[in-house]
Design a binder for this molecule. Structure first.
Ligand SMILES: [Mg+2]
Length: 399
């Protein structure tokens, strides 16, 4: 009964605030109208009055309700028993009962600061070079509070044909929480449809529009540089299709660009022809600069990737290729634009310091390193930059 009375009282307060806000708005519209009507005779005085009226209107906006933002998805609202989503604004701290981990409400809400100021990644790693659980929990809260997610694929959501733990649950949470997300991959060999079907085979169903490959980023870049150009390609169907979709045609005589992506169909004849075309004016483009990819056949081993395949052409032709994929911030910004989000509200989750984390850093996007892929904690000292968060894997995000 007491809860219901409190609820009614809060409703009455909200209605009262709304009435006050409307009254203030009407009053200032009238003032503004008066200012405009007298502007022709005393324009300078009218302008001053108008500016004062606008300033006062902003000051008088009703701020009676405390504005507390939910950081952790899954917080339980006391009043309605519904689950609050990260990013929701609640009236009072007491409105939240507990988060997914059973922590008290003060752990899951923060005032205003969307970045969660004061966060220090170094606290995450204990003396034993292990991730500290409290820090993982706090990293989880900050990551889940983001509005948009850019997620690397290999090493983050799967290994070859094996889905990693927690991925299906995390994608379900993204859907249920209405988060924006994009799977971003430096691979150029597969089309978004093929990636979508691969993920469906592994048990995760998402629309093909949630995938963005380095082939798409390369095609978009070339189309912006030289619309309706021509290209000689050393790469797989995903790269060909992206270039066709961008209005490009194949040309092995006098193309505008030579584009190289990863492919098993790599030969001396193709290298020789690419060098010939570059020496005759074609510009050399790489879909990404990754030297290696994880071997699909031999766990723990690697295979040559686009960065390695393009090197002989660079050496022979005496030019440096331009790489479009991660860590180029161009691809990151394209992903943020595709998400319709802002960098401040976006996080990139990746397994490689030299591509995912560096790309996030250079694009001004918060990054979260997972330890299920290439980079390990022992590798961290090799890099002169750090991720904003470190978690053990996607499974850490929903526990
Ligand atoms: Mg990866």
């Amino acid at each position: 009964m007491r809860e219901r009375e409190r609820e009614r009282e809060r409703e009455r307060e909200r209605e009262r605030d709304l009435c006050i806000a409307m009254a203030i708005a009407v009053a200032y519209v009238r003032v503004l109208f008066l200012c405009f009507s007298t502007m022709s005779s005393t324009s300078s005085i009218s302008m001053t009055m108008m500016m004062m009226a606008i300033r006062q209107a902003v000051r008088d906006l009703p701020m009676r309700q405390p504005r507390l933002r939910v950081w952790c998805g899954g917080c339980i609202c006391r009043r309605t028993s519904t689950v609050a989503t990260a990013g929701d604004v609640v009236a009072e701290q007491q409105d939240l009962k507990q988060d997914l981990c059973g922590n008290e409400s003060k752990k899951v809400i923060r005032h205003g600061d969307k970045r969660g100021g004061g966060w220090d990644w170094r606290k995450q790693v204990s003396d034993a070079n292990q991730l500290d659980m409290d820090s993982i929990n706090e990293a989880r809260m900050h990551i889940l509070a983001k509005e948009a997610f850019i997620i690397d694929m290999d090493g983050v959501i799967y290994h070859g044909n094996r889905l990693l733990p927690g991925v299906a649950e995390f994608v379900a949470w993204l859907h249920s929480s209405r988060k924006r997300f994009l799977f971003l991959t430096n691979s150029s060999d597969k089309t978004p449809d093929e990636l979508q079907r691969k993920l469906a085979r592994l048990g995760v169903v998402v629309d093909a529009s949630h995938f963005y490959t380095s082939a798409q980023a390369t095609a978009a870049f070339l189309a912006s540089q030289r619309p309706s150009g021509s290209v000689y390609v050393i790469g797989d169907p995903g790269l060909h299709q992206a270039l066709y979709s961008a209005g490009y045609v194949m040309n092995d005589v006098n193309p505008d660009y030579v584009v190289v992506g990863e492919t098993p169909s790599y030969s001396y004849e193709k290298i020789e022809h690419a060098v010939h075309l570059v020496l005759n004016g074609a510009k050399l483009i790489g879909t990404n600069c990754d030297k290696t990819d994880p071997s699909p056949d031999y766990p723990g081993e690697v295979i040559p990737a686009a960065g390695s395949l393009i090197t002989p052409i660079e050496k022979a032709a005496g030019v440096n290729a331009y790489f479009v994929g991660k860590p180029n911030p161009l691809m990151m910004r394209s992903a943020v634009t595709a998400l319709g989000s802002k960098r401040l509200h976006t996080v990139i989750i990746g397994d490689r310091m030299d591509t995912d984390i560096l790309g996030g850093l250079e694009a001004g996007i918060d990054s979260a390193l997972v330890l299920t892929g290439v980079t390990t904690l022992k590798d961290m000292h090799q890099f002169s930059y750090v991720p904003r968060y470190i978690i053990r894997g996607i499974s850490d995000l929903l526990q």
